[in-house]
Each structure stands twice: as C-alpha cells, then as structure tokens.
Design a binder for this molecule. Structure first.
Ligand SMILES: Cc1cc2nc3c(=O)[nH]c(=O)nc-3n(C[C@H](O)[C@H](O)[C@H](O)COP(=O)(O)OP(=O)(O)OC[C@H]3O[C@@H](n4cnc5c(N)ncnc54)[C@H](O)[C@@H]3O)c2cc1C
Length: 411
C-alpha cells in the first residue's frame, strides 16, 4: 500500500465557516479537491453590515474566481473626497484605479458579494474533469479541531477526519486557538463603534431634492468622508452600491459618546435618536437621512494584534479568523479574498501529506506579513485617508499580484 506521507492524492478538505473567506476558499479548492463546508449557522442568512469596498487587490481576485462587477451589482469608485461639517471640500483625489492597478475598485453590498461567492462555490460541476461539487453542511458548528491530525469535533457530538482544515470561522474562531496551541489571542476593542445603514437612492433624492456635494455623483461615484473640526474621531463615510440604487453609510462614533456599547455581541440595533444627538453638529442633509432609516446597526469595532503564524500541521487560518481588523481601511474582506487565492498553490495533483504542510508554510510566509501589516494600518481612523501616509498605506493595500507573483513563481 502507498505511504500516505509521500503518495499524492485528491485531498479531503474541511472549510470551517461559510463567510466570504470560506466560500472564496471553496471556489479555489474545489478545482482539485473534495471540499466540505461546515457552517454553524444557516446559509440563507442576510449578511450583517452593509456595503464594502472591494478594492483593486480584492477585485482582481474576484475576477480570477470568475466573478464580475455585474455579479456583485458593483459600482466603480472614482475617488475620495473629504468634507468638513460646514460643507467645505478639505481634500479630494480622483483615482484611475483600473489604469493604475489593472482593476476597478468596486463598491458592493456584502450580501451581493457573499451570494456571488456562494453561487460560484456551489454551482454544479458539469463536465469539468477535476471540478467537484462542494458539500455545504449548515448548523454544523465546530467545537474543536486537532490541527496536526485533521480531526474535527462538532458541537452536535459527531466528528470527521480530513486531510486539510481551512479555519474560516471569523473573529471568534475556535480553529485559531488550536493553531496557536493555547497561546492567547484576544479581540481588542478599538474604542470606536460604527453605525451602519443603507437607503434607496430614490428615497434620498425625494428627501433632499438636489443632492449635496458629498452625495453627488455627477463626476462619478466617490467615497465621501465628512469630518468635524474638533478631531473627535466622529465621521460619516458614504458611498453608493447595488448598481447605484442604494447609498451606504458608515458612521464612526467613539464609544465614550454612547450610552451603551455591546461588548459581547458584534452588532446590535442602533438608537437613531442617540445617533442624531451625537451628530447634531453635522450637516442637515445627514441628519435628515439618519431620521429616515428603518434599520440601524451598531458595530463595536474590535480587532486583534497580529498573530505569529496562520498555520500549524495541516490547518490554515484565513479571513477574520487569521487577522480580524478594524474597518478603517476597508480591507477585511479583501484580505479574505487574497488568502483564498493563495490556496491556488493546492491546484495540482501531486499533493502528499508532506506537501500539505510545506505548501501551508509557503502560504503563511506570504500571507502573514502582508495581512499583519494591513491589520496595523487599519488601526488608523478614517479622517486620515488622504494624508501622505494614508496614500502610502492605500498603495500598499491595493498592490498585490497574487500568491504566484509573491513567491516569484517558484512552486
Ligand atoms: C462595519 C464593517 C465594515 C466593513 N467594511 C469593509 C470594507 O469596506 N472592505 C472590506 O474588505 N472589508 C470590510 N469589512 C470586513 C469584512 O466584512 C470582514 O473582514 C469579512 O467579511 C470577514 O469574512 P470571514 O469569512 O473571514 O468572516 P465572517 O464573515 O465572520 O464568517 C465566519 C463564518 O464562520 C461561521 N462560524 C463561526 N464559528 C464557527 C464554528 N465554530 N463552526 C462553524 N462555523 C463557524 C460564522 O457563522 C460565519 O458564517 C467590514 C466589516 C465591518 C464590521
């Protein structure tokens, strides 16, 4: 009988968590391996949050996964503008993302990105020789894993054995604890929270008539930031999504200004009256729109210090399980896409047990330094997006050619 340590075979892969990271990993790995996704919740959920920026680094990878701008109802971002609460334009940059980075920067709703990835991960594998159907098991929460042997224990008392475990189980990851072998890694509060809501563009137009400059798209869709003079870390970030049919708001507020801050839960319903009171010195158009939302979420922004490794044995951490970050650089989902793309190193048919660990170490050698840097960049709040350092950070974030490029096509 062939020695499993050295004999190549098709791998049995377990992906834990069906967020953006887990689904993107499934799209990559199903090309050569047998993939099962274990998700503790339901699949047909509404993604929490609202829109995200799929920056050039992430958009490039979506395209490689076969997902287009239309698939995510994306809106092409053409730049950034920073306004004072008095309506003065403080700073602006028109950006030719496609020309500079080779890909557009898309504003997209998280639910649309999730659904496009879900379709790509689960579409039937007709006629393609190596492509296999992905098994998706919902309500299969993982209790513990052994990262060295590939065994998994589920909350329901069942277990499974696999060749490769992808830990994509988000910020409160159980797989991270196993990879770090008992070393502590605790989420850290940023001291900031984010109100999130969306409004249909038609509603915005009927409420405001002529759109104020931060909402105007006459010169193309842009990300607008509104900041007060008092440097109080309050800000409004607004941009469109869903084929320009919806406006997305991300409103940063220091926790010290809130009556109550969720410590245990990630998101809670926000209080519209409290938000309006905290932002009463902001423009009237903003307060009018705040009053009109039917659903307001309040996210406590947590992150984590970078961890020394994303891999142990036959297990790899990806997405927020590996590097939860604050939303101020809009890079969490983009990093999750980059992580998933790195798994293309497994797109080969000569993989043995020895090779699994070797490839995971190569991926870790690329992904850990890069995502850790972006994690640290993301601690800088939104008001600094257009200073010199802000531009340098963005260039770093947006410039990434994929795993083969990063390792110099050595594998
Ligand atoms: C307010 C806000 C704004 C943001 N804006 C941007 C942006 O502009 N651009 C950007 O790129 N990113 C942004 N992000 C970040 C981005 O949304 C996340 O980084 C990204 O969605 C993480 O995806 P994930 O799959 O790693 O984790 P998650 O989406 O958390 O998915 C983890 C999955 O694992 C499942 N799971 C958890 N535990 C278990 C278990 N034990 N067993 C089985 N399944 C389990 C969960 O149910 C979930 O489905 C933002 C985030 C927030 C909060």
């Amino acid at each position: 009988m062939a020695d499993p340590a050295t004999a190549p075979r098709r791998l049995k892969v377990a992906i834990i968590g069906a967020g953006i990271a887990g689904l993107a990993a499934a799209v990559v790995l199903r090309k050569s391996h047998d993939v099962t996704i274990y998700e503790k919740g339901f699949m047909q959920r509404k993604e929490q949050g609202a829109a995200i920026g799929v920056a050039p680094n992430g958009a490039k990878i979506l395209h490689r996964l076969g997902i287009t701008k239309d698939d995510v109802r994306g809106v092409a971002n053409t730049g950034v503008r920073v306004f004072s609460t008095e309506g003065h334009l403080l700073n602006a940059a028109n950006m030719a993302y496609e020309k500079v980075f080779g890909t557009e920067y898309l504003f997209a709703h998280r639910q649309d990105v999730w659904e496009a990835l879900y379709r790509a991960a689960t579409k039937k594998a007709f006629g393609e020789e190596r492509l296999r159907d992905v098994e998706v098991l919902e309500r299969r929460g993982v209790k513990a894993i052994d990262p060295l042997t590939g065994s998994i224990q589920f909350i329901d008392g069942t277990s499974a054995n696999t060749d490769l475990i992808i830990g994509a189980d988000g910020i409160r990851s159980v797989t991270r604890e196993a990879v770090l072998d008992g070393k502590t890694s605790v989420p850290v509060s940023s001291g900031l929270s984010l109100y999130r809501f969306t409004l249909p563009m038609d509603t915005v137009k009927s409420l405001l008539g002529d759109l104020p400059p931060p909402l105007s798209q006459v010169e193309g869709a842009k990300l607008s930031v509104v900041v007060p003079k008092d440097r109080s870390n309050r800000s409004i970030v607004v941009y469109p999504c869903q084929n320009n049919g919806v406006l997305n708001f991300g409103i940063t507020v220091p926790n010290t200004l809130l009556n109550s801050v969720g410590t245990e839960s990630w998101s809670a319903d926000g209080d519209i009256a409290e938000m309006k009171e905290i932002f009463k010195d902001f423009p009237l158009w903003a307060l009018t729109l705040m009053s009109s939302t039917e659903s307001l979420q309040l996210f406590s922004c947590y992150d984590m210090d970078p961890i020394p490794t994303y891999t142990r044995g036959r297990t790899l951490l990806i997405g927020d399980a590996a590097h939860p970050m604050r939303p101020f650089q809009g890079q969490g989902a983009n990093m999750a896409l980059e992580d998933a793309e790195a798994l293309t190193l497994f797109d080969r048919d000569d993989i043995s047990d020895e090779k699994i660990e070797e490839l995971l170490r190569v991926i870790d050698g690329v992904r850990n330094p890069r995502a850790s840097q972006v994690q640290l960049h993301s601690r800088i709040p939104a008001r600094n997006v257009l200073d010199d350092d802000g531009r340098k950070r963005m260039m770093f974030n947006w410039t990434y050619g994929g795993i083969q490029h990063a390792i110099g096509r050595k594998i």
